[in-house]
Design a protein around this ligand. Structure first.
Ligand code: WTA
Length: 648
């Protein structure tokens, strides 16, 4: 299948017809200010903006501001403004790990809880500009904690509940968080995750590094008996009873920080991506409405955890800003079995379902019977995000899940972009399996070659964006120079995405994957450098090099070449030990899939590891190793190939 023409049923009732998209897109790039002056009003402002855009991508002077003189409160936009018209409508449908466990929360109830938590924050001495780390399972209180942070004008940093104490500590230090919001335990596939214990450990680690987290707010989830530190730790269910359900939202500037989200890059430690309030919310709400063609009263389910940007923008902020009903799912796709997702779709009459290719591939592998068990008749639209979707998985999603009835939006974006930048639009675009199709409003993609020369027409190259959009990240928290260096120095004057892409003869965009040392494992972004530094922190490891390799379900797997210290003997037990070590250092999502012992690593004479060669060996592509003559010791390559062939 090469192309699926847009169906009449998809156009029915849609706001964005093809003509309107073309018309709006033209305006959004020709009259950027006029376009956003109008669409910025889709959210409620306390003091309306007069200035729309003030941005520069110029090296040494990168600065991004949108709606800068406007003021607003994000939680008031997601809650208060809906109370009059939809106070009794469900805001969040929570589906627990256990299929027997679910809850519906109305806008009125959510509003009351957010006000309570805002008051608890204040009673703990946390307010405007303070940082709050949120380390939570997928329960409604995670959204409450985020919205309450926005309500008091604090800055949240959500840390995925699967990260280790070390990883959490690094993020709490980096953001100098005053408060940690966590739960006694999380629950995934029936297994308990010791969140509070991890949090305690992380606070100790940060304290040793010189940062003291002052307060901990603990949500009771499983009822586990967890130690509470007197004066530092507080139970949410107790504090909640002591405070009122009234909390005046803080008046924030459009450019006041809303959240920090740590994400992996090609070098060094994860970066704290900083998003601000006004532009981010406009982008979240605009993309949520138009990309998913979201209609009043519909149930929207984005399966992403709030620990990732997709969970921020499309599980919480986008749908709530639009007065929608959002599903939060605590569990995993294959528990109790691989029919769970479709069962949940039927149970809650989900209209729009948005997930990652890795989940699609895993469910495809489990067989069509699980899909057929559910009617899925409520579904109107399917979405994909996080990594390139292979045509086989796309076709299965389209045919088996959607029964050729539902459009698929393959949405390309990044933590840095705040929301979707490229995607098909359900009522406007013919679909090509694997293509992220066309840019959203004001997004100006450009392909450049290695030297930075702009490529025109059908071409393959590195993907840049040449002008700002409201949802763009503003800086790396506490390190503006790193922001400029990472995104604006490779091709001066342009935002470089780190992705490769192809534009075909119809002008459709195809994302080909990262061109830097970032890998995408089950839709999770990982810096190879992070895994390497975890490996070399083990006393028996002298050096390590990590690359991605194609993996049937995960998209990419983690392949590690490890050189041991002199005198250390390689063994399968040691491999297991290293896997455990990496899990402890970063978290289970960073578990090495393969470890190969490497007596030496291929390095240039200046000591740079040639990963290109390591990637080829990991892929079993020995004929394409390319030129190895610049290596300091070309013989190491022969050893690696031999070891690979012998699966050592
Ligand atoms: C990849 C997730 C192909 C890409 C929202 C990007 C995709 C990285 C797609 C960002 C897609 C995301 N097709 N690749 N539809 N969506 N990616 O920051 O490599 O976790 O740079 O944001 O995921 O990952 P992040």
């Amino acid at each position: 299948m090469t192309i699926v023409p847009v169906k009449d049923s998809w156009k029915n009732g849609t706001l964005l017809t093809r003509e309107r998209y073309l018309d709006w897109y033209r305006r959004s790039v020709e009259d950027v200010e006029g376009f956003w002056r109008e669409h910025g009003r889709r959210i409620s402002w306390i003091k309306p903006y007069t200035v729309v855009k003030n941005t520069s991508f110029q090296p040494g002077a990168v600065s991004i501001k949108w709606f800068e003189d406007g003021t607003l409160n994000l939680s008031a936009n997601c809650l208060d403004r809906h109370l009059e018209t939809r106070g009794d409508q469900t805001a969040i449908i929570w589906e627990g790990d256990d299929p027997e466990d679910s809850r519906r929360i109305t806008y009125r109830e959510l509003h009351a809880d957010v006000c309570r938590m805002a008051n608890v924050y204040k009673s703990l001495g946390v307010g405007r500009g303070d940082r709050i780390s949120i380390y939570m399972p997928m329960i409604p209180e995670a959204a409450v904690a985020m919205l309450a942070s926005a309500r008091v004008g604090a800055i949240h940093s959500v840390v995925f509940g699967g990260f280790s104490p070390d990883a959490l500590a690094g993020r709490m230090e980096g953001s100098t968080s005053k408060l940690l919001v966590t739960a006694d335990e999380g629950l995934r596939a029936g297994r308990k995750v010791p969140l509070k214990a991890n949090g305690d450990r992380a606070i100790e680690i940060s304290a040793k590094a010189g940062h003291q987290v002052e307060k901990v707010l603990v949500v009771r989830r499983t009822g586990a008996d967890v130690p509470m530190v007197e004066g530092r730790d507080h139970w949410w269910h107790e504090e909640r009873e002591r405070v009122s359900t009234v909390s005046e939202p803080e008046e924030m500037g459009a450019e006041d920080p809303l959240f920090i989200l740590y994400t992996s890059g090609s070098t060094g430690k994860p970066k704290g991506v900083l998003h601000t309030t006004g532009g981010y919310l406009v982008w979240a709400s605009m993309t949520h409405q138009y990309v998913f063609d979201y209609r009043e009263g519909e149930v929207f389910w984005c399966t992403a955890d709030v620990g990732w940007v997709t969970g921020h923008t499309y599980s919480v902020y986008g749908p709530l800003a639009n007065g929608g009903t959002t599903v939060m799912f605590e569990g995993v796709p294959n528990y109790p079995d691989a029919g769970r997702m479709w069962e949940v779709v039927d149970k809650h009459a989900v209209n729009i379902f948005y997930t990652a290719p890795t989940a699609i591939r895993a469910l495809m592998g489990a067989g069509d019977g699980f899909v057929a068990r559910a009617s899925r008749k409520s579904l109107r639209l399917l979405g994909s995000v996080g990594e390139p979707i292979n045509p086989e998985a796309w076709n299965w999603y389209y045919r088996t899940v959607g029964e050729e009835r539902l459009p698929i939006v393959d949405t390309w974006w990044q933590t840095e972009t705040g929301g979707i930048l490229m995607t098909p639009l359900p009522g406007a675009t013919d679909l090509k399996p694997g293509s992220a199709a066309i840019p959203f409003f004001s997004v100006k993609p450009e392909l450049v070659d290695g030297e930075g020369k702009t490529l025109y027409g059908a071409a393959d190259g590195n993907l840049c964006i040449t002008d700002s959009w409201p949802g763009q990240m503003r800086t790396v928290y506490g390190d503006h120079e790193r922001f400029e260096q990472t995104y604006f120095s490779t091709y001066p004057g342009k935002y470089f995405t780190g992705d490769g892409a192809r534009r075909d003869e119809d002008g459709y965009w195809w994302i080909t994957g990262r061109v830097d040392d970032v890998i995408n494992v089950s839709g999770h972004r990982m810096g190879t450098a992070e895994v390497e530094s975890a490996l070399v922190s083990h006393p028996k490891v002298s050096e390590a090099a990590v690359v991605g390799y194609p993996h049937d379900v995960k998209g990419q797997g983690i392949y590690c070449y490890v050189t041991l210290m002199n005198g250390e003997a390689p063994s399968d037990d040691l491999k297991q030990e290293l896997v455990r070590h990496v899990r402890n250092e970063i978290g289970p999502i960073a578990s090495p899939d393969k470890i190969q012992w490497a007596p030496g690593l291929p390095k240039t004479r200046s000591g740079k590891i040639m990963r290109r060669i390591l990637r080829k060996i990991a892929e079993d592509d020995f004929g394409a190793l390319g030129d190895t003559s610049t290596l300091a010791d070309p013989a190491v390559v022969d050893d690696l190939v031999e070891n690979r062939q012998n699966r050592k």
